[in-house]
Design a protein around this ligand. Structure first.
Ligand code: HEM
Length: 500
């Protein structure tokens, strides 16, 4: 049975009903009008009133959450601290790190928003000691139009069609020259990968190819790379000081090469020669440009190669499938022929292994930004000058996005439901190469180098792991014991037999 409002009203005499209506309308206006006025004026006075700072805690005075942060990133599971805060405060939260109040994001869409608004609402931010080392005229440290110009040049030099033309053969020759071990040789694969990428950089950036020149430059590059992640004390004996000295020598070597190439009027091989030919940059800017590529491309690529082999060692089924794919390419090659671009394009499982390695062992686990102005995002207001950290690995290891997120499972990338996530140029859920205006211009080059390294390493050697190891992401991504392995040369028919 339903009771209608009209039947209720019928029980009141008409006069009192009118009075009640009047009282009701007075009360309504007495409440509604001031409230509306308050909202209008309050908003005018402070347009950000309804927004709040991302929630969070201050932690210990000065130290804040630095210890917990450090403990997590120095371990094998970097987002541990971030997930603890996400459970308490949500995916965008504030915390205090190394004396600074920062906003951290584990939210894929906000991370993307930050990257897409590079140079507008946010900008990358590095300490002076770092800028002095990598160079203030380089793409990494510059902002605005100058950054965009150099970013365009870098992207253009490392475009897919240029890789095929200028890089494919040289990469293979350098890798073959570096992977040159006899049976029973015990190596630290971490050092070998670093040497391989430094040799690749020297060869591809400077166009240097004689062994003595490569070795000389490789030592300087190695000293320089160490300094990029060291404590910035510019005193003799300190890593940072050695790196600054190495930088000076690299710059003078680059300048000499520029002079020689200008005098001989014949552009050398390598990125340097092509820049001199195609772009109009001052010598100082060219030197910083090259050093920036070296910094950004060296450790990242070396560690991805290393982690791929490490994960494969723990997953023999994936290793076997990768070998099957790569062995077919060996059979196709006649004698000492190098792999072709078509060969590279058939490496579909290898690409899955690279993607899975970058997801779990992504080298750039977070990015560093600062808000250029007060930024409103959803209910939050991030004040101008606030440091903002899009924590990429918290998205890559999110169980709600990736089933069994910590498991090395390259096959997941073959599943149609992962196809959208996999588009690493613009997916909010998978961005190992960043995004927006600072998207990694060397992404395709890195993938090519890693795939070719895996081809030659896996088809040439079998190995046994000599020492236990584990991942750490601080001060940079690495295996704490360098991944010590004993190598045996393999015949084409060898099955996977890696063991610890
Ligand atoms: C697996 C290997 C690599 C990974 C995971 C990687 C990752 C990244 C990421 C995440 C960024 C964005 C940084 C930010 O937004 O602050 C970046 C930028 C950059 N990368 Fe890579 N990178 C790799 C290899 C390379 C290589 C091989 C090169 C070149 C030789 C390179 C050159 C650069 C440069 C120049 C930038 C700065 C772009 C700018 O600030 O405009 N990277 N990289």
């Amino acid at each position: 049975m339903s009771i209608s409002s009209s039947s209720l009203l019928c029980e009141f005499p008409q006069g009192s009903l009118k009075k009640m209506r009047e009282i009701f309308s007075i009360i309504t206006w007495a409440i509604v009008i001031p409230t509306l006025l308050f909202i209008v004026f309050a908003r005018k006075k402070n347009p950000t009133r309804k927004y709040k700072l991302p929630p969070g805690r201050r932690g210990w005075p000065l130290i804040g959450d630095s210890f917990q942060w450090y403990k997590a990133v120095a371990g094998s599971y970097p987002p541990e601290f971030v997930y603890q805060q996400v459970n308490k405060f949500g995916k965008i939260f504030s915390c205090s790190l190394f004396g600074k109040w920062v906003v951290v994001s584990a939210d894929p869409n906000f991370n993307r928003f930050i990257m897409q608004n590079e140079g507008k609402l946010f900008e990358s931010n590095y300490p002076k000691s770092f800028r002095d080392l990598v160079g203030k005229n380089g793409v990494i440290t510059l902002q605005g139009d100058q950054q965009r110009k150099l970013h365009g040049i870098a992207s253009n030099i490392m475009r897919l069609d240029k890789l095929k033309l200028h890089f494919l053969d040289d990469i293979q020759l350098v890798i073959l020259q570096t992977l040159n071990f006899h049976d029973n040789h015990v190596i630290l694969l971490q050092d070998v990968c670093r040497k391989a990428t430094i040799n690749l950089m020297v060869n591809q950036l400077l166009g240097v190819s004689t062994e003595s020149e490569i070795n000389e430059m490789a030592q300087l590059f190695s000293d320089f790379a160490d300094g990029c992640l060291s404590i910035p004390i510019n005193l003799p004996g300190c890593t940072y000081y050695t790196a600054m000295k190495a930088r000076e020598k690299i710059v003078s070597k680059i300048k000499r090469t520029i002079e020689n190439q200008r005098q001989s009027e014949c552009a050398g091989n390598g990125v340097l020669g092509r820049i001199l030919n195609e772009e109009n940059l001052a010598d100082e800017a060219v030197a910083d440009f090259i050093i920036n590529l070296l910094f950004a491309g060296n450790e990242t690529t070396a560690k991805t190669m290393l982690f791929a082999v490490y994960f494969l060692t723990q997953c023999p089924t994936a290793m076997q499938q990768l070998l099957d794919e790569q062995d077919k390419l060996c059979k196709n090659s006649v004698g000492n022929e190098l792999l072709t671009w078509q060969d590279y394009q058939t490496m579909s499982f290898t690409q899955c292994v690279i993607d899975e390695t970058l997801r779990i062992g992504g080298i750039a686990i977070w990015l560093m930004r600062v808000a250029k102005e007060d930024v409103i995002y959803q209910d939050y207001m991030i004040p101008k000058g606030r440091a903002v950290i899009p924590f990429l690995s918290a998205v890559h290891l999110d169980e709600n996005l990736y089933k069994e997120a910590l498991k090395f499972d390259p096959w997941r990338w073959m599943d149609p439901q992962y196809q959208e996530k996999r588009s690493w140029r613009n997916s909010p859920f998978y961005s190992p190469f960043g995004g927006g205006g600072r998207f990694c211009p060397g992404a395709e080059l890195a993938r090519l180098q890693i795939a070719l390294f895996l081809h030659y390493f896996l088809t040439t050697y079998r190995w046994t792991q000599v020492k236990e190891d584990r991942l750490s992401f601080f001060p940079s991504a690495r295996l704490v014991n360098g991944f010590q392995i004993r190598l045996m040369r393999r015949t084409n028919t060898s099955k996977v037999e890696t063991s610890q």
